[in-house]
Design a protein around this ligand. Structure first.
Ligand SMILES: Cc1cc2nc3c(=O)[nH]c(=O)nc-3n(C[C@H](O)[C@H](O)[C@H](O)COP(=O)(O)OP(=O)(O)OC[C@H]3O[C@@H](n4cnc5c(N)ncnc54)[C@H](O)[C@@H]3O)c2cc1C
Length: 394
């Protein structure tokens, strides 16, 4: 009953954060990551509110994250002639502290790399529940038994598919796709720039963004579920170009640059719905695999809080997952509500010209200020146990 060995799938945000806590509580941790290395750079992500900043402080990484934060970027919506129509502030987009996803992953990874086992370039291919744990098979490494397995492998989680069932049962397509290309221009610099501005051009059901801290190019477009090969980047690029061919402003220039940008990634905007049941048998899910909502703006903070809660509950239960998992489900079901039912696609890329005008009006109105305030209160919404303080010092 008392778990000692834990296999984590995914080394982005949730995985290394969970590894950090489990290692600190005395578990033996193995992390398997499909990528050949830790992916550097990437889009900017952020933390909002007291709860999330408290977890970072308890991890001892809060100062470093503030040191490595981005300069923030305002997002200005322009018409085809370059006239400003509306602005979304860097405070709204970047929360209390904004950092590149790759930088954040590196902060967690550096604190766990020499104490946890990392298997890069591999993936779990099968999971078999046994009486006292889970037997995991890998695509490359030999199979092994673990006491517990945790899926931190994102919206398209392999662990969720293997342990809970097919993706269609848990992932809802929100009617939009997004694509990012190129890291932010300053992404790999050691020192962070001052505040910058990203420019956006709209058409019904389309938004194209150039610059800022998310990526050098970001696109959002409305579409029913597309049938495409997720490994065929050339086809995805072509598809994106067709979608934006008629959009004005600087978009034709952006599309011309697209083939030269690396780090291209296209995916559906989706919401993961587990109805508060993030565990089954010896398997649990943390982060986007459990409560993801693409571009919802709070995924990173929830992932880090989820890692903290799962590890803390396992530690105070002495490794007894039958006690810890129900507590984790209950706490995170409440907290993950801040990921909400929102559909960022519908807000950012309305499907009609009238909808676009309404969005621009809303961004300049008092109602938007109230929404900002609500979002920040919601992120503060939970009192967390001080798990490290509950346990005897190691
Ligand atoms: C353009 C963009 C902008 C965003 N902006 C924000 C923002 O402003 N604020 C915010 O809070 N969040 C933002 N997010 C969301 C945020 O990135 C996620 O919510 C957060 O990273 C959750 O982390 P995760 O570790 O659960 O999942 P992910 O970051 O998705 O990581 C999953 C990891 O698992 C690995 N993996 C996948 N499949 C397998 C497998 N079969 N075997 C092994 N490994 C596997 C992947 O390679 C990856 O390393 C944004 C996301 C995007 C794409």
């Amino acid at each position: 009953m008392n778990a000692k060995t834990v296999l984590i799938s995914g080394a982005s945000v949730a995985g290394p954060a969970l590894a950090y806590w489990l290692d600190r509580y005395g578990f033996q941790v193995t992390v398997v990551e499909r990528g050949a290395t830790l992916r550097p750079g990437g889009q900017a992500i952020d933390f909002k509110g007291h709860t999330q900043l408290t977890v970072l402080a308890r991890m001892g990484v809060r100062e470093e994250i503030f040191r490595r934060q981005t300069g923030r970027a305002d997002l200005q919506f322009l018409d085809a002639s370059g006239r400003q129509l509306a602005v979304m502030t860097g405070e709204f987009l970047g929360g209390d502290v904004e950092i590149l996803r790759g930088d954040l992953a590196a902060v967690f990874y550096e604190r766990t790399a020499d104490r946890c086992e990392y298997l890069f370039g591999d993936s779990i291919s099968a999971l078999v529940e046994t009486a006292d744990g889970v037997y995991a098979e890998f695509e490359n490494a030999p199979g092994r038994a673990f006491d517990l397995v945790v899926g931190c492998d994102g919206v398209h989680s392999a662990v969720r598919r293997l342990a809970f069932g097919p993706e269609r049962d848990y992932v809802r397509h929100l009617g939009y796709y997004y694509a990012v290309a190129g890291a932010p221009a300053w992404g790999m610099q050691a020192s962070r720039p001052q505040r910058s501005v990203a420019n956006a051009w709209s058409a019904p059901g389309r938004l194209a963004v150039r610059g800022g801290s998310k990526a050098s190019q970001l696109y959002i477009f409305a579409a029913r579920q597309l049938d495409y090969d997720r490994r065929d980047v050339a086809v995805q690029r072509r598809h994106l170009m067709e979608q934006f061919a008629a959009v004005g402003g600087e978009v034709p220039g952006m599309l011309a640059e697209l083939p030269g940008l690396d780090d291209f990634y296209l995916d559906s905007m989706s919401q993961v719905r587990m109805k508060g049941r993030y565990t089954t048998g010896h398997v649990a899910l943390v982060g986007d695999s459990a409560y993801g909502n693409t571009l919802g703006g709070v995924g990173t903070g929830i992932a880090v809080v989820g890692a903290y809660v799962l590890a803390g509950e396992l530690a105070v239960a002495g490794g007894d997952y039958t006690i810890a998992y129900p507590r984790y489900n209950e706490i995170m079901h409440r907290y993950a509500k801040i990921a909400g039912q929102s559909n960022a696609g519908r807000f950012l890329a309305p499907r009609t010209a009238l909808g676009i005008r309404a969005r621009n009006w809303f961004l300049g109105s008092r109602a938007f200020d109230l929404m900002l305030k609500y979002a920040s209160n919601a992120a503060n919404d939970i009192q967390l146990q001080d798990y490290p303080a509950l346990l005897p010092a190691a």
